[in-house]
Write a protein that binds this ligand. Structure first.
Ligand code: PEP
Ligand code: MG
Length: 543
């Protein structure tokens, strides 16, 4: 049998290959067989196990604080409070005293019941604590059985994980894949800040993977590959090694400009939606944020998030960007990024928002408020025409009420937008090319399944070049924020077209800055012009 792909969602970038370490297959425990006479003792054992788990978490948090990772430590410390929650302890005791479960099973089961309750809460932030409780239950259960939680080399496969698991396992784990989980779950946040590739939401089939089986976790494309072929595994190894050495070099050279050998400076920004990603990007020399994918932070929302809910989630990231470029993309809902309250929609990106004027108004006001003090740029997703931009600007004008007006730019990621780039540019303060969707839409590919985006396709290139030209003519900066901006092959061509900015995954910022320093701009221009010459021929042939 050949390769088997399990589709999930990208939670942390990078590709890793390794032997699977299956942490948790879940399962519930309806009844147990602890004798009545032994149940009080078993309950005491369970309480001790919870105390030990809490003390583990305190130690992990303290280590993180010493390593300068206070935010991660804060996240993990909330687990200590959960371990002392009287309701959880009461549940554990009931399961032991009334049902005769063993301490370990009762701890897991009580944690699962609490997690299920949390996951059904309308507040997405509380719902995300569900995995943290499960993680606590698993840790306490290990103590209840007398096993210390294990640290294992390889690719971690689990149903769900808490942030403490990730922080503790990170030094030896190469990548993580979860059957459940969300991209905004704390475990994912910690994974991103550590540069660990991670895929979440890969479904129940993920747990059929057996311990020791070779798997690839492709955190860039959100896919887990069972039985990877030799080429795929080799590519993953190369990726791991490149990320490690690039990171070391990037941090050492973070203050050097990203300037080609013949003096063209490119601004390198980060695709970052969380504090942890932003911190990693800053460590690697990012000059601001070029793409904050706001929709990823609200994928579990039960309704349009309120102004306060949005500010609470966006402000912690944007507050760290005082005086720096903060490009906040408006919700790009639709397709595989459809929250429960929008199920069934066929529209995507700005069309969804324009269909919900009140939702758009609240969103715009919240982003402007959350971004105060930053050089705020609003980025409009899935634009189809200049009319979309005029409509957004019109709504924005109605919510500003004396607030500073942000810059407004269009994502050029549909062929329609690329073909109308000049008219769209006339309505914009900047343009940002989304090569991920553009490539898929132009070539009719399945974005999630293809191994490499064929960013050097002449037709796609000609649309990128036309967009950059439109930006030049309108005297506005042009950014590329899709994966092509951090692809070694397409980067010189994109730079050669005259792109001003590249926005790339946080963990890739340093590598991209280094690649730019190794380029000769005149040479890049020659290469891109030569490819465009071919594209002229190709497009004429195809039309
Ligand atoms: C893109 O399409 O290139 C892009 C950056 O947007 P996303 O990947 O979030 O769809
Ligand atoms: Mg896109």
């Amino acid at each position: 049998m050949g390769e088997r792909a399990l589709q999930g969602v990208s939670a942390a970038p990078g590709i890793a290959v390794g032997h699977a370490v299956v942490l948790d297959r879940g399962g519930s425990h309806a009844s147990g067989n602890v004798r009545e006479a032994d149940r009080l003792g078993e309950a005491a054992r369970a309480r001790d196990a919870l105390r030990l788990a809490a003390s583990d978490l305190e130690n992990i948090a303290e280590d993180l604080r010493h390593a300068g990772r206070g935010d991660d430590a804060d996240i993990i410390e909330t687990g200590v409070l959960m371990a002392m929650d009287p309701e959880l302890i009461g549940r554990v005791e009931t399961l032991i005293l009334h049902t005769g479960l063993e301490a370990a099973d009762a701890l897991r089961e009580a944690a699962e019941q609490t997690a299920l309750e949390l996951s059904m809460l309308p507040d997405p932030m509380l719902a995300l604590r569900a995995d943290d409780v499960r993680s606590l239950g698993r840790r306490a259960a290990a103590h209840g059985k007398g096993d210390a939680p294990r640290v294992s080399e390889g690719v971690l496969i689990a149903d769900s994980l808490g942030p403490a698991d990730v922080a503790e396992l990170a030094p030896t784990v190469r990548g993580i894949a979860l059957a459940g989980g969300g991209v905004t779950a704390h475990a994912a946040i910690v994974a991103r800040s550590l540069g660990l590739p991670m895929v979440v939401g890969a479904g129940a089939d993920l747990l059929k993977i057996v311990n020791g089986e070779e798997v690839v976790v492709d955190g860039d494309r959100g896919v887990v590959i069972r039985k990877p072929d030799a080429e795929r595994a080799a590519l993953a190894r190369v990726d791991t090694e490149q990320r490690r050495s690039a990171r070391e070099l990037a941090i050492a050279r973070r203050l050097e400009p990203a300037q080609t050998t013949d003096g063209r400076t490119i601004r390198v920004l980060a695709n970052a939606s969380t504090v942890a990603e932003l911190e990693e990007a800053t460590r690697q020399g990012a000059e601001g944020v070029g793409l904050m994918r706001t929709e990823l932070l609200f994928l579990e929302a039960a309704d349009w998030p309120t102004h306060e809910e949005q500010v609470a989630v966006l402000r912690p990231v944007l507050a760290r960007l005082q005086g720096q470029t903060a490009t906040v993309r408006l919700f790009d809902f639709g397709g595989d990024k459809t929250p429960p309250f929008l199920r069934g929609i066929t529209a995507r990106g700005i069309e969804v928002m324009l269909n919900a004027p009140e939702g758009l108004k609240t969103h715009l006001a919240a982003v402007v408020d959350a971004g105060r003090g930053a050089d705020l740029r609003l980025l409009v997703p899935m634009v189809m025409s200049a009319g979309d931009m005029r409509a957004v600007r019109h709504v924005l004008a109605t919510v500003l009420e004396g607030r500073d007006a942000p810059k407004v730019g269009a994502m050029i990621e549909t062929p329609e937008a690329a073909n109308a780039a000049a008219a769209i540019a006339a309505q914009c303060d900047f343009l940002s090319i989304g090569t991920n969707d553009l490539t898929q839409l132009v070539l009719g590919l399945d974005r999630e399944q293809s191994r490499k985006a064929p960013v050097l396709d002449p037709l796609v290139l000609s649309l990128i070049a036309a967009t950059v030209r439109a930006g030049r003519d309108a005297h506005i900066p042009v950014d590329v924020c899709g994966e092509a901006a951090s692809d070694e092959k397409s980067l010189p061509i994109i730079v050669g077209f005259g792109t001003d900015e590249l926005s790339v995954a946080a963990a890739r910022v340093g590598q991209v800055r280094q690649w730019v320093r190794e380029l000769d701009f005149a040479d890049c221009r020659r290469r891109s012009e030569a490819l465009l010459g071919q594209s002229g021929n190709t497009s004429r042939q195809r039309v």
